[in-house]
Design a protein around this ligand. Structure first.
Ligand code: ATP
Length: 141
């Protein structure tokens, strides 16, 4: 069976760690970031890493992004960029689009665009750590 392919947009702390973990799990990962230094750092650790503006539709098309199984928008602080990248991934027809949100309103906007899964990393990690603290034998989840 063909290995699932992921495209990760934004290689900051969240995006780069997600991309590296997917690589460790044996999947193919295309990383995109407009920051040349970040892309250079990641280039020999990902299947492909490209310097590009993820809000440029023609660039995404030329990278064949429509053929990926899952796209992750790992841009948080710049909500405009996050929303534009998410719209483009949805419009290109990627089956599953996941996006990180930095606030509830940001998350609601992403949901309205049809993003399949919205992640709130800080909120989710806070909840997870609280559970781990009061349940020492809890298996990591
Ligand atoms: P993190 O918390 O994951 O470290 P951050 O807070 O440093 O992220 P964000 O604003 O969430 O920064 O952006 C994450 C990454 O997305 C950055 O490396 C940034 O260069 C990249 N990025 C932002 N806008 C675009 C864009 N239009 N095209 C490509 N990459 C982008």
């Amino acid at each position: 069976m063909k290995r699932q392919q992921f495209v990760v947009i934004g290689l900051g702390r969240f995006g780069s760690n997600l991309a590296l973990e997917l690589m460790d799990l044996g999947y193919e990962v295309l990383g995109i970031d407009r920051n040349e230094e970040l892309v250079e750092e990641m280039s020999d650790q990902l299947t492909h890493a490209v310097v590009a503006d993820a809000t440029d539709e023609e660039v995404l098309k030329s990278l064949g992004v429509r053929n990926f199984d899952c796209g992750i928008v790992a841009i948080g602080n710049d909500i405009q960029m996050s929303i534009l990248a998410a719209i483009l991934l949805k419009d290109l027809g990627i089956k599953t689009v996941v996006a990180k949100a930095i606030s509830v309103l940001h998350g609601r906007a992403l949901e309205k665009l049809g993003v399949d899964r919205v992640i709130y990393p800080e909120r989710d990690m806070g909840i997870r750590v609280a559970h781990q603290l009061v349940t020492p034998n809890l298996l990591d989840y």
